[in-house]
Design a binder for this molecule. Structure first.
Ligand code: G6P
Ligand code: ZN
Length: 543
């Protein structure tokens, strides 16, 4: 066993996006591709001065190989201890939880989240810092810069570690500890939520279906919902993580989790439907015949935070990404706390939570979470809803309608134009930017534009500034049209159009969402030339 220095040359395009470096598996399989990126990570973050490094992934194709490479490189860089989930499995929230609980100096998450897996699918790698959250841009930019000048990497030539056997082994001077991927996380959930109340709910005959979409949340949901909370066997479906997620697209939204939504609309619908994504950080909540939008879910959780023991003392603030609907802002107003508006990407919440300015955070992209960790957390959101349903004794629909009646309804939808020519997408955004000055004050259909800008975020904690975070057209009545380019795609560009309309009148809370937003969609098409520039007659996905 010895440490090798292997000559290499840089690969173009190793800049982490919204959430780490995501590429096709075939790209990661190019000799030296993964090694170069991992070398750059260790060059920037160092060896942790005796603290541990957490390593795990969502079990997708290439997960195990990547982990072996990372362990051998960590040892070569002098890391003292690596904690790896058994089978190479750790959900993204579990990585965050383990980093914090075991005072590790950081973690490496192997996942492309909700992107399809398998040999032709996607793979990804992301570095998390000692607070358990995604590395801030300062670090990811430094890692990217390092990838551009590498001429060698360091790796031990030791044989592979047995990832399926719990316990410790050594590589060079480093200890590798294979840990139970669920235990630390489950213990944290049991402290945050009223497990006795949820157990009593299931004992009363409450039924739910949790669709793990053949991805990483399966073992967690099974251990907690069926094991600790006593839900009947079969409550968690598609619960074995598969390398290709069963050929599906493990993204919990009404399009990709259509089977669950159909079940919730059917005659045998249980009381609650829920799903999580590839790496377990996203969630979808569905009642009988009603899918709760992620923006509404954040607002409802915020309005009811005190039902859960972990939040009984109240919340200090809320944060949402800019394109997320402003439903949570109304709750924040009523509580007399601030609702922060950040760019898309969970990493922007980290500072706010560390400074105790925000307790709850959420994004329209099916992400919700709190300061218990520094990632969004799919199962956490589901457990919150279970806790809420147990305490209130109402249905999901009653809770949602009651919330609208009290705060008003923010009709909300996202229209995606996927795999568009990157040049055409950039040109569309450029043209919109150029039009911003003349939009303010204009009347578009029945709306008057109050404000039109390219969103800039000033981090109130560290003073950093993020520019070009999406075009916002804000109407005088609070309705909004937002355009941005996705930072997580791997093919061409994805244009996201976000539409929001506020309705105070309860008599008008029962409209079809797309119908309620049709005027705004038409205006958006008109000012951006969406159809004409993309050559698409309609969005590829509507959520
Ligand atoms: C990931 C990130 C989220 C982000 C989402 C959509 O899930 O963790 O923070 O909201 O991707 O990002 P995109 O850039 O594709 O809209
Ligand atoms: Zn995810």
């Amino acid at each position: 066993m010895s440490i090798q220095t292997v000559p290499t040359t840089p690969f173009a395009g190793q800049r982490p996006g919204t959430s780490g470096l995501r590429k096709k598996v075939t790209e990661f399989q190019r000799p030296g591709y993964l090694e170069n990126f991992v070398e750059a990570i260790f060059l920037i973050v160092g060896s942790g001065g005796g603290c541990g490094l957490v390593v795990g992934g969502d079990g997708r194709y290439f997960n195990r190989e990547a982990i072996q490479t990372i362990l051998r490189m960590a040892a070569a860089h002098g890391v003292a201890r690596c904690l790896v989930g058994r089978g190479g499995i750790l959900s993204t929230p579990a990585v965050s939880c383990v980093i914090r609980k075991r005072a590790a100096f950081g973690g490496i998450v192997l996942s492309a989240s909700h992107n399809p897996g398998g040999p032709d699918g996607d793979f990804g790698i992301k570095y998390n810092i000692e607070n358990g959250g995604p590395a801030p841009e300062k670090i990811t930019e430094a890692i990217h810069a390092a990838t551009r000048t590498l001429n060698c990497y360091h790796i031990s030539d030791c044989p592979p570690v047995d990832l399926d056997r719990p316990g410790s082994t050594r590589i060079e001077g480093m200890t590798v500890e294979v840990i139970d991927p669920v235990a630390d996380y489950a213990e944290l959930m049991a402290r945050l939520f009223d497990f006795d109340a949820i157990r009593a709910l299931f004992a009363r005959g409450f039924r739910m279906r949790f669709d793990a979409m053949h991805a990483v949340s399966g073992p967690y949901a099974q251990a907690i919902i069926e094991g600790m909370l006593g839900a009947p066997g079969g409550t968690v479906v598609n619960c074995t993580p598969l390398e290709d997620f069963g050929g599906g697209h493990p993204d919990p939204n009404p399009v990709n989790a259509a089977e669950l939504v159909a079940h919730m609309n059917g005659p045998d619908a249980p009381d609650l439907g829920a799903a999580s994504d590839g790496d377990g950080d996203r969630n979808m909540i569905v009642g009988r015949g009603l899918a709760v939008t992620p923006s509404d879910s954040l607002a409802i959780i915020a309005a009811n935070a005190a039902v859960a023991p972990g939040y009984a003392k109240g919340i200090t603030g809320i944060a949402r990404s800019m394109p997320t609907s402003r439903a949570a802002d109304r709750v924040a107003d009523s509580l007399g706390i601030t609702c922060f508006e950040t760019p898309t990407g969970w990493k922007y919440f980290g500072n706010l939570m560390d400074a105790n300015l925000a307790t709850l955070c959420g994004e329209e992209s099916y992400g919700t979470g709190s300061h218990h960790i520094r990632e969004k957390d799919g199962l956490w959101a589901v457990l919150f809803w279970l806790n809420l349903l147990a305490v209130r004794g109402q249905s999901v629909e009653e809770i949602v309608r009651g919330h609208w009646a009290r705060f008003g309804r923010n009709y909300y939808s996202r229209h995606d134009y996927e795999a568009v020519d990157a040049g055409a997408a950039d040109a569309l955004m450029e043209a919109l930017r150029a039009r911003l000055p003349e939009l303010a004050g204009r009347t578009l259909g029945s709306f008057r534009v109050a404000e039109a800008d390219d969103f800039v975020y000033h981090d109130p904690v560290d003073g950093s500034v993020a520019t070009h975070q999406g075009i916002r057209i804000i109407m005088a009545d609070g309705s909004r049209i937002v355009f941005r380019l996705s930072g997580t795609g791997t093919e061409g560009a994805t244009i996201r159009l976000y539409l929001e309309r506020y309705e105070a009148d309860p008599a008008r809370h029962g409209l079809d969402t797309q119908a309620a937003l049709a005027d705004l969609a038409a205006i958006a098409d008109d000012i951006a030339g969406l159809r004409q520039r993309t050559g698409r007659a309609q969005p590829s996905v509507i959520t």
